[in-house]
Design a protein around this ligand. Structure first.
Ligand SMILES: [Zn+2]
Ligand SMILES: [Zn+2]
Ligand SMILES: [Zn+2]
Length: 462
């Protein structure tokens, strides 16, 4: 089963003051997919990139492989240029004219080409392109300069505001200094600055009107090669405890090899959640709808799990907002996930996720159905619970109560579809995995977090 296409969306709070046990503390802009999160072995918590500090470990050109770690440049200063239309590396040919040399840049995939003039003195290709761009700027470059100079003119715009804070004034002074440096740049285009007193007037700028966004004007192709951007490798540390969460291996001879010295990925320590396929996305009013939610354990030791949800969803979890009330019930709130020990991949797939698409999957499904018939008959609820080697499937009931109280609100259109987010508070307890023993000062793995599962495109009916 794919580790990416699942319903594990984790709330990683950046605030340390909020009571994270309350669903009201959940901020929607701090919910991340499990696959992109780190796991801090010291805090025993998932960490988003917002909760990490970064350090640049290596910076290189992916084309010529030159190392640029100590340079301040964001692009390759060697002879690497890319096509402005399709981003591929341009081939460069030299012609000798006796009096000097000229250079032709050509894209191997599209008709883009750029021919430089004859250069009598040796110059870097960057200097040649910059010089020609200044002499004969295309619309894209003119527009860039216009935006750049109008942004640094913001100082005048704020000049008379008496409530300007000292800090803002300092920032503006710095900006102005920077602008001064730009003015000294020999490649600066002296754009028409009259009438650009604030950002708003940019929209009336004739340069913008001429741009490709204007449907009546012909689109002007970019004329100049683009510098090749550098690739960076960063290490990450937990902001709360300074533990290293990700450290890339740096090999100056082979910078493109992606290996890590330290790597704590959340997906290796936290259970993956996945809904069983939901065929009909309609919820009948006042009728309980049972959905099946699968939990999959990535650890090679057993995992004790508890799960809780707010019984009534606050209106902010339903989009677009509606007057009805969404209830969530969890008949099973405690279970143990088996360890990931089996080498047989098929054993690790929850029954509800087995499809009839492949012969192996069909055979496994038939085997499990057969086994279930010989199993002891249990009460209704237990029939919905399924379990296997390292997975467990629990029912989750969702019910929409029709709100007939608020007459003043207009009746909803029955074709409206809703997105419902259900916050589930999950706690996990397990033996400390071997990979954490050397870095963690705790004896067990024990943590709690919010996993927000999403039901999208739901219709209410009845
Ligand atoms: Zn930490
Ligand atoms: Zn390069
Ligand atoms: Zn091209």
């Amino acid at each position: 089963m794919s580790k990416i296409y699942n319903d594990s969306n984790i709330f990683c709070p950046t605030s340390t003051t909020a009571n994270i046990h309350e669903a009201s503390s959940i901020e929607f802009n701090q919910i991340y997919h499990l696959s992109i999160l780190h796991y801090c072995p010291t805090c025993q918590a998932p960490k988003s990139s917002e909760q990490c500090s970064f350090n640049l470990e290596s910076k290189f050109c992916s084309n010529c492989l030159a190392d640029h770690t100590d340079s301040r440049s964001g692009y390759c200063t060697k002879n690497c240029f890319i096509c402005p239309r399709c981003n591929v590396i341009l081939t460069i040919t030299i012609s000798d004219h006796g009096s000097g040399k000229s250079f032709k840049f050509r894209c191997p995939y599209c008709p883009f080409q750029f021919q430089s003039g004859i250069n009598e003195k040796p110059k870097s290709l960057h200097a040649i392109v910059k010089f020609e761009r200044k002499e004969n700027p295309d619309l894209h470059y003119q527009l860039f300069r216009t935006i750049q100079s109008s942004l640094s003119e913001r100082k005048d715009y704020y000049h008379d505001k008496s409530d300007l804070s000292e800090r803002m004034e300092k920032t503006l002074q710095l900006g102005s200094k920077h602008h001064h440096d730009i003015e000294k740049d020999p490649f600066t285009i002296d754009s028409n600055r009259d009438g650009i007193s604030d950002i708003q007037s940019l929209t009336r700028n004739p340069l913008l009107d001429n741009n490709s966004i204007h449907p009546n004007q012909p689109y002007q192709e970019p004329k100049f090669p683009i510098v090749h951007p550098l690739t960076s490798k960063f290490s990450r540390k937990c902001l709360a405890c300074n533990t290293q969460l990700l450290v890339p291996a740096v090999n100056k001879e082979a910078p493109t090899i992606n290996k890590f010295i330290i790597k704590f990925n959340a997906i290796e320590y936290m259970p993956t959640l996945k809904f069983a396929p939901i065929e009909d996305l309609t919820l009948q009013f006042d009728n309980q709808r049972q959905l099946l939610l699968n939990f999959i354990n990535p650890l090679s030791s057993k995992m004790a799990v508890t799960i809780a949800a707010p019984p009534i969803l606050s209106s902010r979890f339903v989009k677009p907002s509606c007057r009805h009330i969404v209830n969530v019930t969890l008949p099973v709130s405690k279970f143990v996930l088996g360890a990931l020990t089996s080498k047989n991949v098929m054993n690790g797939i929850p029954t509800s996720l087995l499809t009839s698409e492949t012969a192996a999957s069909r055979a496994e499904l038939v085997r499990r159905v057969g086994e279930a018939q010989y199993a002891e008959q249990t009460e209704d609820l237990q029939k919905l619970v399924q379990k296997g080697s390292n997975w467990y499937t629990i029912p989750i009931s969702v019910c929409v109560e029709k709100n007939t109280q608020e007459e003043s609100l207009p009746l909803e259109d029955s074709s409206v579809t809703y997105d419902i987010q259900i916050p589930l508070y999950i706690t996990v307890g397990s033996d400390l995995p071997d990979s954490l023993k050397s870095v963690s000062n705790r004896e067990r793995l024990s943590f709690g977090y919010w996993n927000v599962v999403k039901l999208e495109g739901i219709k209410f009916h009845g």
